[in-house]
Design a protein around this ligand. Sequence first.
Ligand code: NAD
Length: 557
Amino acid sequence: QLQIGCGRKRPVKAPTGTELHCKGWLQEAALRMLLNNLDPENGENPDELIVYGGYGKAARNWPCFDALVRTLLGLENNQTMLVQSGKPVGVLTTHEHAPRVLIANSNLVGKWDNWEHFYELDKKGLMMYGQMTAGSWIYIGSQGILQGTYETFASLADRHYQGDLKGKIVVTAGLGGMGGAQPLSVTMNNGVAIIVEVDEKRIQRRLETAYLDTTAPDLDTAMKMARQAAADKKPLSIGLLGNAAEVLPAMLEKNFIPDVITDQTSAHDELNGYVPMGIPYEKALLMRKQDPEKYKELSLKSMATHCRAILKMQARGAVAFDYGNNLRGQALTRGVTNAMDYPGFTPAFIRPLFCEGEGPFRWAALSGDPADIEATDQALIEAFPYKTRMVRWLEMAAEKVTHMGLPARICWLGYGERDKAGKIFNDLVASGKVKAPLVIGRDHLDCGSVASPYRETEAMKDGSDAVADWALLNCMTSVASGSAWTSFHDGGGVGIGYAMHAGQVTVADGSKEAELRVTTVLRNDPATGIIRHADAGYEKAVETARARGIIIPGITD
Ligand code: NAD
């Protein structure tokens, strides 16, 4: 019997092992991943149902969470549960090959598609912000973003510093659910990082999980430590307690210009994410509740100051890029007219990978046994020995990444590789080398699944940045291909109204039927990314489509 309690806050943990609590592995996987998202080891603030990214939640409220669990426990193998913004709203009879769960989170009609309207509905209990993998139940802690961040810094190093950050200093802010991956991904690329964070607890947490090496008591010490490590060509990450909107201008005053400057505070959300400068942290948290309007105004003003400091560092030689949190967009609303002078990380470093259908491929072991993840790591290293960046990542991850909740792994794979990996995983389960089924999913930040003009689809070649049809087509593709659950969200990463995106999850349980579902989803999902980029005029995507036999009418025929 699964002990989950009812109608009260409680620590939540996914069951592990090979015993089913639901009527099939697809439902069981959805149940375990929902619970895993709220495991205190994994989620940022489970008491409030918050998983990561400011206000990104797994369920709308605790009664809805209980209803989700109850429904999943009773769901038949020919039924599909509908979830509207974190609340189960219906169970339909479908068929065995249909998804078991369909999720729509925080979507609003264009004219009303903004935080103000969202919060009105949220207050009435009618909506939930699902971020990307929070409301779609495939969050795997900081490791998920660690790998993406590792790829980004590796691509930056390729572009600017002959493939290595050795001797280079990166300054950034935010050690939250996603931002917490920054220090380790800089040091994995051999660089030095100073990370400014306003909440002492976040710094402590990253120290405990070994994502962060050390802290400095003040800015002068942090600068001195960073300069020394860079001179010694030693990787080092330093956490600094402070507000980025204050610390960055102070760095400029002291003529400290890092090699790379970026930011991962929750700037996409001026109320529940970003912390304004000039007030002690605890007082700011009080103001957030007592005077939200004043808080938001101070927050946006601070973002303008923060963004201006980044622009000044860029003007003085730093490589500056926006790390997908909409700091530039927010600063623009407060008069920083040149906010967009530094690029987003996608056009700068990630788009060429998208043109080959590369993106974040992730999986979790439902057995709860880290040995199952070791078996998958090994199988991928054997299957793709030519992917040297991936092999380096998998070897370092096995050594340095602490599992948070269910053991999990992520790596970037391209078109043709993801379905191959899916079959390998299904075979591992079938042969008993992996003890229980594997859940395979991805971030919504992928080549074909997202429309986000300030992030993944910024500065598209044909100007189609804001066209959300592509994300919808991707969503429908995974349903048509046989996902276990599919989701469609608004506002992940950059905030309500700024992005629309889809997620898919499949389950490799070792059966022939799972093999068909897993390989079909994993082939077609990245194909939509290649199609999207080929349609926008990217030659590399056209070449990939031609080489891999992806049919694009008018382009490949
Ligand atoms: P989070 O809310 O868990 O963490 C944000 C952190 O920033 C918190 O620890 C907070 O204390 C700190 N902070 C807030 N204001 C600050 C300030 N003025 N100075 C210093 N620290 C401050 O959020 P997260 O999950 O880490 O995500 C961070 C941002 O990155 C979000 O906007 C998110 O949408 C975005 N994001 C980007 C990507 C990407 O692809 N690059 C992926 C996911 C999330």
